[in-house]
Design a protein around this ligand. Sequence first.
Ligand SMILES: C[N+](C)(C)CCCC[C@H](N)C(=O)O
Length: 264
Amino acid sequence: MPVEEFVAGWISGALGLVLGHPFDTVKLLGFFKGMSFPIASIALVNSVLFGVYSNSLLALTATAHRERRAQPPSYTHVFIAGCTGGFLQAYFLAPFDLIKVRLQNQTEPRAQLGGSSPQYRGPMHCAASIFQKEGPRGLFRGAWALTLRDTPTVGIYFVTYEVLCRQCTPERQNPSSATVLVAGGFAGITSWVAATPLDVIKSRMQMDGLKRRAYQGMLDCMVSSVQQEGLGVFFRGVTINSARAFPVNAVTFLSYEYLLRWWG
Ligand SMILES: C[N+](C)(C)CCCC[C@H](N)C(=O)O
């Protein structure tokens, strides 16, 4: 199984993340609050995403990465390989994403005199206390919503990238850096717009039981969110998600493409 794609996914995910982190946190306090944990986790998750995508495409089309410009895969194959990558990475992402959401929602001032100390002292402490209170399954709270969010939308992500690259590139040639940046950026925006409704539900499931009432399940969470806040609830954060998605995915795809070209 070719491993370059996993390694390239690892490095490119980390680079994309550095750019995206301020956007992830801007709704809250502290721009670069807790950067090392997301870098390590997104690098791993992105390596699963790109590695599984590329190897699924290899299984479907029998063409390796370096032959793909000469023999482009069909968009159906790109979509199926993307969905496979999205499905598998969701399981790696789930515990890290849960910890991120729990920590980022913890906005009490740190050491206010007389104030209560924060519930979680950092990512490791957060993971350990979830594990202690709820067992290993607790770390996968919201994982179903995450899987539903990511399976089709990662398919959309890779199809958008491929369509835009092919539109702007003469046949059999590699796309230029500008094309890769723009196609990667728009792939990020398109997939995030599609992912936002389930992203809202996913985050609510992950925060469930801490402060607010417990939802019965994902459907109950959807229904009561719509009842209380209207259909607009599904577009919460769509602007910030898109603003973050462009630079993150432009850099992720650029570094991924270049690392693979560089390794031949
Ligand atoms: C499928 N969905 C849109 C959720 C994410 C796809 C892009 C993944 C990238 N690491 C990022 O964080 O933007």
